[in-house]
Design a protein around this ligand. Structure first.
Ligand code: DGL
Length: 268
């Protein structure tokens, strides 16, 4: 493997752009290829078998593009497919998922009680609950599926009355009382982080995966001596399996700056 090869990043759609942006910020000299499976969004309502099937096909595409690393920038895919991706492809590339860095960042804080919110697939997998308890058996973990958040965010309802009311409805759950931190275990949720913080108050830490995942990418590439030395600015490609005006418009919000999405009909 060579340091000049690109990093592959994939998500069910455009939520993973939050992770892609953190990688571009932490590692500006790296080339990356982003693939958003917008034809199959959302993954959060799909079965584990279906998510695994999609993830394997996308990883194969990214390996065909010669990616030195594949970042699974989707919690639903990370929880359902991390193991099968390793089983099939760990000889050919390095993998980073978004679960391990977030769990590690949380365990480093030695909290007593944390909340986890995510899609049905992620919460139903029990992966966060198990990893957090394995790391700290006395940690009190309250996990809740919050499936309305993804369509709400995709539709641009992020800081208005409707989003406030949905946030309140989910987070008034008594299980969240007295928590020290809330983990946003879905790559869409950073877009409503400030509204969640405003609802919960400043005493509760809101943790999300984009920056810690980018740190892990950097750490592994450094260890494997695969960091692109530059000096040029990295080239970034953004592919989606279905392209609509709505994806074009919202992509900018997720990435934080204007980007050009290209249609790649992987499933034809
Ligand atoms: N971005 C995905 C995740 O992190 C959620 C979107 C979906 O359900 O596909 O889980």
């Amino acid at each position: 493997m060579k340091s000049k090869q690109p990093i592959g990043i994939f998500d069910s759609g455009i939520g993973g752009l939050t992770v892609a942006n953190a990688i571009a910020t932490a590692l500006p000299q790296e080339d990356f290829i982003y693939f958003g499976d917008t034809a199959h969004l959302p993954y959060g309502d799909k079965s584990s078998d279906t998510i695994r099937y999609y993830s394997l096909r996308i990883a194969k595409f990214l390996l065909d593009q010669n990616c030195k690393m594949v970042v699974v920038a989707c919690n639903s895919a990370s929880t359902a497919a991390s193991q099968v991706l390793l089983d099939f492809f760990q000889e050919n590339t390095h993998f980073v998922n978004v679960v391990d860095p977030l769990v590690q960042a949380c365990l480093n804080k030695s909290y007593s009680k944390v909340g986890v919110i995510a899609t049905k697939a992620t919460i139903g997998s029990g992966v966060y609950q198990k990893a957090l308890k394995d790391g700290q058996d006395k940690l009190d973990v309250h996990a809740l599926a919050t499936p309305l958040f993804v369509p709400m965010i995709e539709e641009g309802f992020v800081h208005n009355q409707i989003s406030q009311s949905i946030i309140e409805n989910y987070l008034k759950d008594p299980g969240f009382q007295d928590m020290d931190a809330l983990l946003l275990a879905c790559t869409h949720y950073p877009l409503i982080k400030s509204s969640i913080q405003a609802y919960l108050g400043p005493q509760i830490e809101i943790m999300e995966s984009s920056e810690v995942a980018a740190d892990m990418v950097k750490q592994i590439l450094t260890e494997k001596q695969l960091l692109n030395p530059g000096p040029q600015q990295g080239k970034h490609k953004f592919y989606v399996s279905d392209l609509t005006d709505s994806f074009r418009q919202t992509a900018e919000h997720f990435y934080g700056e204007a980007i050009q999405l290209e249609h790649l009909p992987l499933w034809d």
